[in-house]
Design a protein around this ligand. Sequence first.
Ligand code: NDP
Length: 235
Amino acid sequence: MFKDKTVLVLGGSRGIGAAIVRRFADDGANVTFTYAGSKDAAESLAAQTGSKAVRTDSADRDAVIATVRESGPLDVLVVNSGFAIFGDPLDQDPDEIDRLFQVNVHAPYHASVEAARQMPEGGRIIVIGSVNGDRMPVPGMASYALSKSALQGLARGLARDFGPRGITINIVQPGPIDTDANPAEGPMRDLMHSFMAIKRHGKPEEVAGMVAWLAGPEAGFVTGAMHTIDGAFGA
Ligand code: NDP
């Protein structure tokens, strides 16, 4: 479906991002992805999928902008890099909180704008948010919830800016997905499943399927919207 399309995935070495890289590569795209720390995983994924791995820390705004520019013109940009900090906000290091905002909010903004400079008509921007942008049922994760709800404003606003050029921007909002960041057998498992109608973690491939649909030809009228895939965690 994506033969000869140029795709960049920010944060593609592991978890949901790696499933997205695999999905686009399987569907014939020319895929570049970034990573920060997981060099071995990135090189192995690149070799398996015929994609290209580039080390770019999403906390480094100028590096993100340069990588997007050098990888373009992009048919599809996926911003997946992101992380959570848990704990009492009164005890948290403000520098760490600011780094979270750089990765989870600033990088999606600057990457999306930079991608749109060269993006052709029909281009697609997809950012991985979280159901926690809609619902935050536990304490200790306000910075993460803030960062993921900020992406909703990003999509609503940039949809207006880029829509006239036929470029869409959408947010995919997963619930619990089985990755290193949120393992299916982790200590939060039973609490998270208690909020859900489908009481299991989702699979990274399920999120990649939604991303592929949003990036494909059937989704040209879908923009400025949030797409939740969460087993009804947020319902
Ligand atoms: P993982 O921690 O399993 O993987 C994160 C990926 O992002 C890795 O490839 C990592 O690369 C990359 N990454 C992280 N920080 C940076 C950075 N500063 N610069 C470049 N790359 C970076 O996370 P998940 O796969 O679970 O999560 C992916 C996205 O999905 C995140 O945005 C997360 O908030 C969101 N999400 C996840 C949910 C879940 O339950 N798993 C639920 C809802 C949303 P490297 O290893 O090289 O650092």
